[in-house]
Ligand binder design. Sequence first.
Ligand SMILES: [Zn+2]
Ligand SMILES: [Zn+2]
Length: 285
Amino acid sequence: MELVFADAHVHSNPIEGLGAERIAKRFSKLGGWFMALVMLPPWHYGLRGIKSLEEYRKAIEIHVSECKRAREYLKVACFAGFHPAEVDELIASGLSPVQVLELGFKVIDYVVILCRQGILDGIGEVGRQHYKDTPERFAVSYTIAQHALIKARDYGCLVHLHLENAGPVTVDTIDYYVNVVNVPRTKILFHHSSIRVAKRASELGYSSTIAGKKELLRTAFKEVGPIFMLESDFIDNPKRRCVSTCPWDIIENQKELTQEGIVDEEAIWRVNVDNVVKYYGYSPP
Ligand SMILES: [Zn+2]
Ligand SMILES: [Zn+2]
């Protein structure tokens, strides 16, 4: 069986980094068939001092054209959202929390229009800061994420959640809200999950991604089996290359674990194909 690989959460930066085309080309050469490409905060694309939806639309446009470029090499799911770090950055740059909340809602509303048109596959990233922050910034981020979940329910978009990774409580606090507003759990992915978060997410019928680091993978396959997808969370910044992992490294790591007999090919297939097809709805390679 020929092994194929997916990166279920990765970023590209056409301004300062390699850009989607080069990333996709290199990833597909090694056996990559799929990637979920997620928008970076606008300042990564050289767009600073953003205050309006109009300016955000430019960032989304750049990202959508990145998705198009990558599609020449593999299947791509395309996501745009409003990252908790964007909330922090915008408030730090002088917007009031209410202004950021309103801008976040507008951005999400625009993203779901593109979802409905088939230009985007989903909303991502939204969620909660994974670091200590002021209470109002946290509240703004989480409220934007809640807005995104309601819109995902109404328009059938997928959602990548960026959360704090505190074990089962991270999943259960989201699950409480998801049940109140009735969002299909199959639409929601817990991104950059710890093994404990991935396990709880899977128990409740959610998808998750864990970082494709070798030692983490070794433990994850052993402790919970192939219930997750893998992500590089590559941010394509030449100064901080492979902060999490590089897309090609997650492939190498899986090949090595297979050769070492830690993971069998069936588990690799589940993680890279079955789970991807189930969540993203793309046909298998
Ligand atoms: Zn994230
Ligand atoms: Zn990310």
